[in-house]
Design a protein around this ligand. Sequence first.
Ligand SMILES: O=C(O)[C@H]1O[C@H](OP(=O)(O)OP(=O)(O)OC[C@H]2O[C@@H](n3ccc(=O)[nH]c3=O)[C@H](O)[C@@H]2O)[C@H](O)[C@@H](O)[C@@H]1O
Length: 415
Amino acid sequence: MERSNHGMNRQLYRCFASTSTMFLWALFLIALTASYLSFQAFVDSGSKYLSASWGGIQWEKQVRTSAQIHRQGGISVLVTGAAGFVGSHVSLALKRRGDGVLGLDNFNDYYDPSLKKARKSLLSTHDVFVVEGDVNDAKLLAKLFDVVAFTHVMHLAAQAGVRYAMENPQSYVHSNIAGLVTLLEACKSANPQPAIVWASSSSVYGLNDKVPFSESDRTDRPASLYAATKKAGEEITHTYNHIYGLSITGLRFFTVYGPWGRPDMAYFSFTRNILQGKPITVYRGKNRVDLARDFTYIDDIVKGCIASLDTAAKSTGSGGKKRGPAPFRIFNLGNTSPVTVPTLVSILERHLKVKAKRNIVDMPGNGDVPFTHANVSSARRELGYKPTTDLQTGLKKFVKWYLSYYGYNRGKAVN
Ligand SMILES: O=C(O)[C@H]1O[C@H](OP(=O)(O)OP(=O)(O)OC[C@H]2O[C@@H](n3ccc(=O)[nH]c3=O)[C@H](O)[C@@H]2O)[C@H](O)[C@@H](O)[C@@H]1O
């Protein structure tokens, strides 16, 4: 009996000993995991800091030099989306007349980033520095406003493209909503607050069938998520104008085209396919009606952007507080003469001297609208905007650029 008691005690003791050992081991493992995780976090934040493509004395010097004004009464502009189509043209035009320009671009791969890099190189030969960063990066924006007292922001960074919104809806929310709010937050806190000019879109007119489109027409029936995010942008900027006294000008661009353009757009991809002997898909509207766009040449758009910057009254707030009412303006920037898509193709065929292989299909329900047509009387009155390039002339310039940029290979463009 005594012996068995003894045995039981020993077993209990062993059991207790092994439980406490297990407990100790468990504690040890938890501690080990915790220290490993915090070490990882430290390494991550460290490497983020080290690999950040911005910051440092040299970088700040580049930022300052690029934003330096070189003419009397000049302005200093932060151009977001500067490596983009419209952004690169506006940046060059501003720099050429002696304004300070600093570019910001995230170089995303929505379309071939090498074209964006090439635009960046072009800008750098004209002493425009483009910072690689995202408008969602609040710290970077705060730093930029810390280094330079920008008088204006030309906000062109966006997720563009009407039909791609069905493939990647989140990218529209990221750039056109979240990015816009982050930028406006930075602008509202900046001292002095800059005046903001930004790119809305003709697509906000959505299912409107009253033509031509006027700024006062309804814009509450967008046909694509892209259009909805641009419309939301107009309302978000209104809020910042109302609460913080930011001076806002929204520009509704109508299908902008030209040299250094966007490869995802029809005139560009048609050119590539025609030269490569590949078929092109031409969408057709309901009842076999051709689709039409108020195609607008890039130089006209640049003039409209610069006139918007020049006529924008100052923001009134400071230290994040409104000091008085500031202007809120919206303008159509179009060409005022819509052209059908089949006519666009015919003009390209003439300039390229190659016949297109047209594949005509009914317009899929992917966010497209049947036609656009701008009434630009507001822009004419207040900005002196007057488009001067017709589609025939503008496409000739585009084709010339396309062939010089991508080159010929026995009649076929190399890209
Ligand atoms: O005006 C605007 O606000 C918009 O203009 C363009 O959008 P979109 O007019 O759709 O321009 P494209 O993609 O170049 O299309 C032009 C026309 O060609 C048609 N198309 C497009 C692609 C294609 O393969 N086939 C085709 O027939 C489209 O249906 C449309 O009627 C831009 O892509 C948008 O970023 C911009 O906001």
